[in-house]
Design a protein around this ligand. Structure first.
Ligand SMILES: Cc1ncc(COP(=O)(O)O)c(C=O)c1O
Length: 335
């Protein structure tokens, strides 16, 4: 039996596995099943909650009473961390990349950060990338002066502890598949900081060795994600050598579908917006332009080119992101 580390019950689980039958009728090809991890909660929702269940349990165990994390101004990870921290009684400080628009109220994730009572500092992108470690250290020192012990959580909660969230999600997914009587062959997700893909990759190797996990990157490139996923898995192996013995020998297959980043992180093209509108109207499922919409649009294009032609069922993990829609209202509004 795989021994799990401590875990807090933050997510509403299990999430549904929903077939997109009308989409299949329209597109042909394999039936796509959505693992609805956008439904891990209401405001505290999305993929980050699964990672935080393990990261914050460990933080409690080690006596931390404050957390610091970072991301873009509309970061889903920062919003989830701020809300979970408030729920559990941790102080929370967010380092957000970008400057709020002068005179404009916060919106989307940023507004929820404020409502969760997080303290927020903004760093212009240049400063953010050049001195993120220093900014973290400054804030850890600041909490220390206040008598608090602060944990620095990396971008996206992607590290050797956080990936447990998606190892456990893969076990849950296997339960779903057993109930539906099909063997998963391909599991696909959006990759932003790599932890979801890393957890699914380890989870698939432990629980469903016939399945391949694909990350569709929404930033950077294939090399970056192969290295990042490997690094998260390597750290997991180092922290949990006993658990790591459950993996079969040999290197893990890390599969990245590159080519759908478009103009860059957070920049979506018309195809992505059209896919979001199409899926909303056809299936009542809402994706976001930064992660799930970009990745799903990439998946549809791959299917149309015949990539998954031999497969009957595909699983796409809907990792959330709905609060990131607000800044794209002008591109998405059909009115
Ligand atoms: C909605 C959403 N989907 C997918 C991802 C990608 O997950 P990961 O950072 O684990 O690669 C993120 C965060 O980066 C996200 O916020």
């Amino acid at each position: 039996m795989l021994k799990y580390p401590p875990r807090l019950p933050l997510a509403q689980l299990p999430t549904p596995l929903q077939p997109l039958r009308r989409l299949q009728h329209r597109e042909g090809g394999p039936l796509i099943w959505l693992k609805r991890d956008d439904m891990t909660g209401a405001t505290l929702s999305g993929n980050k909650v699964r990672k935080l269940e393990f990261i914050l349990a460990q933080a409690q165990l080690e006596g931390f009473d404050a957390v610091i994390t970072c991301g873009g101004i509309q970061s889903n990870h920062c919003r989830a961390t701020a809300l979970a921290a408030a729920q559990l009684g941790f102080a929370c400080h967010l380092i957000l990349r970008g400057m709020p628009e002068h005179g404009q109220p916060a919106q989307g994730n940023h507004l929820l950060d404020e409502l969760a009572g997080a303290s927020i500092e903004y760093a212009a992108p240049k400063e953010y990338f050049a001195s993120l470690d220093d900014i973290f250290q400054r804030q850890i020192d600041q909490y220390e002066r206040l008598g608090k012990k602060a944990l620095a959580i990396p971008t996206g909660g992607s590290n050797g502890i956080g990936i447990w969230g998606y190892i456990e999600a893969t076990r849950e997914l296997m339960d779903d598949c057993v109930a539906l009587a099909f063997d998963p062959t391909s599991i696909i997700c959006a990759s932003g900081s790599g932890g979801t893909q890393a957890g699914l990759t380890v989870g698939a190797a432990i629980y469903c060795s016939g399945a391949k996990v694909y990350g569709i990157n929404v930033c950077d490139d294939e090399d970056y994600f192969v290295n990042k996923v490997s690094a998260d898995v390597k750290q997991w192996r180092q922290i949990y050598p006993e658990a790591s013995a459950h993996l079969k020998q040999g290197p893990l297959g890390i599969h990245v579908i590159d080519g759908y980043v478009g103009a860059g992180y957070g920049q979506a093209d018309k195809d992505v917006f059209d896919t979001i509108k199409m899926l909303g109207a056809l299936e009542g499922v809402v994706l976001d332009p930064v992660y799930t919409g970009k990745a799903f649009d990439g998946l549809l294009k791959e299917i149309r080119q015949g990539r998954f032609a031999d497969e009957k069922n595909l699983i796409f993990v809907h990792t959330g992101g709905v609060f990131g829609l607000a800044p794209y209202a002008a591109d998405l509004s059909v009115g």
